[in-house]
Design a protein around this ligand. Structure first.
Ligand code: GLY
Length: 427
């Protein structure tokens, strides 16, 4: 089979790595890919948002399957474009992708389908948003309606935070039209967990649970990032709660989307908060999580390719996904200054030694080949993933490998998984 993966990050490297292991794969392409992906797939210089060009490329090669990594092409309707040409593509269509593309649609969808989620007010002006924040009281959450590269959510602790955020959202138009509507949302406390499933329009196959660490600093401090680490299993999600997520969140979401004429295929990702009042959905995403996918796929026993193909065709025939019993930990190595400004083009050393640590696979997020050597090309640079019989073993192997990787001003969190290990210890 000939398969195209769209995207250029660690998630897409993990997808390519896993797809390459399929006995059915003959040719694997990635658009645009990165320095690590180039080792397992042929990289094609087409940007993910160039949906027409991607469709032309896929049609020209009679691609058997295209797998979409990031949300932007999904919200732009890449699946509709491919389907129009009779090309098989994994992911939701434009109407389905609105679950992530519009926080307002998503919130209203959850409320009308009885899916537990924090309360929120829809505001269409700065004055409305200010009044809603004051009515709810601090802390409160401000969310841009549209896609904002993971930066469109602000937790406001006081009036000063509020004025600064309102200035950015409404007057400086930091997120352009994405913030012309906002949600002012109840701030809930608890443990965050990521829960992903594959969907074929009606049937649901759960993926292994994962927990990601979004804040830049240790102890969950500092700015939000695309994710500084992850592990699978999440550990803090017990069987009973997983069952609840399936029956109270995922099943009603899939059925609700079908009822509303938005039949959903692809990955459905629920970002959950486990609160003392029960579970709450903070957000839905319409694609694989990054870096959760890097922690989940090394645990998957089942061949990924047929699963994605069956979802894209609208009919699962695989009854269940099998998982290795072991844990996987993923530590992100980033370039100093991320998520704001950071240097690029920094030469990298020590990758071979890192890859030689038992159980370790290094997925690249932001690298490229330049003049015959590997250099950094993004804020998040590597995902150092390690398997282990326990989470503690996986983490210690991952950190051993992280120490081997070197480039100027690299940063990483030293405490990935520690809060969970502590909870296990005192449980
Ligand atoms: N790890 C969070 C996300 O993929 O959105």
């Amino acid at each position: 089979m000939r398969v195209l993966v769209i995207g250029s990050g660690g998630r897409e490297h993990a997808l390519c790595w896993k797809l390459k292991q399929s006995p059915e794969i003959e040719e694997l392409y990635c658009a645009p890919g990165n320095g690590g992906i180039a080792e397992v797939a042929s990289c094609v210089p087409i940007a993910p948002e160039d949906t027409h060009e991607l469709a032309e490329f896929a049609a020209g090669l009679s691609m058997d399957l295209t797998v979409v990594g990031p949300e932007l092409p999904l919200t732009l309707g890449i699946v509709d474009e491919f389907n129009k040409r009779g090309l098989t593509i994994f992911g939701p269509n434009r109407l389905g992708a609105e679950l992530e593309g519009s926080k307002v649609f998503s919130k209203q969808f959850m409320l009308r389908n009885g899916i537990p989620t924090p309360g929120a007010d829809l505001c269409e002006s700065e004055d409305e948003a200010r009044a809603a924040c004051k009515k709810r009281g601090f802390p409160v959450v401000l969310k841009a309606d549209g896609l904002a590269a993971g930066k469109g959510v602000a937790i406001l602790k006081n009036g000063e935070d509020m004025e600064q955020a309102l200035q950015g959202f409404f007057r400086d138009r930091k997120f352009g039209n994405a913030a012309s509507k906002v949600l002012v949302e109840e701030c809930v406390e608890g443990e965050e967990v990521s829960f992903m499933v594959l969907v074929d329009g009606a049937r649901i196959l759960p993926l292994a649970s994962a927990k990601d660490y979004k804040r830049l600093g240790e102890g969950d401090t500092g700015p939000n990032t695309g994710g500084m680490g992850a592990h699978s299993p999440a550990v803090i999600l017990d069987k009973e709660t997983s069952h609840k997520v399936m029956t109270e969140v995922i099943a009603p979401a899939v059925a609700g989307m079908a009822r509303e004429g938005r039949e959903y295929r692809g990955v459905l990702y629920a970002g959950l908060m486990l609160t003392e009042q029960g579970l709450k959905v903070l957000e839905f995403n319409c694609r694989f999580g990054d870096p959760e996918t890097q922690a989940i796929l090394p645990r998957m026993e089942t061949d990924l390719l047929p699963l994605l193909l069956q979802s894209a065709r609208g009919k699962f025939t695989t009854p269940k996904i099998e998982w290795k019993k072991e844990a996987v930990a993923c530590v992100v190595v980033a370039s100093g200054g991320y998520p704001e400004s950071y240097a690029k083009g920094l030469p990298v050393e020590g990758l071979e030694a890192a890859g030689g640590v038992e159980g370790v696979t290094v997925f690249h997020s932001g690298t490229k080949q330049e003049d015959g050597r590997l250099v950094t090309s993004g804020g998040r640079v590597f995902n150092v993933c390690a398997r282990g019989a326990t989470l503690a073993q996986a983490l210690s192997r991952a950190y051993l490998a992280v120490k081997d990787i070197n480039f100027e001003n690299r940063v990483y969190r030293n405490d990935i998984g520690q809060s969970v290990l502590k909870r296990m210890h005192y449980a």
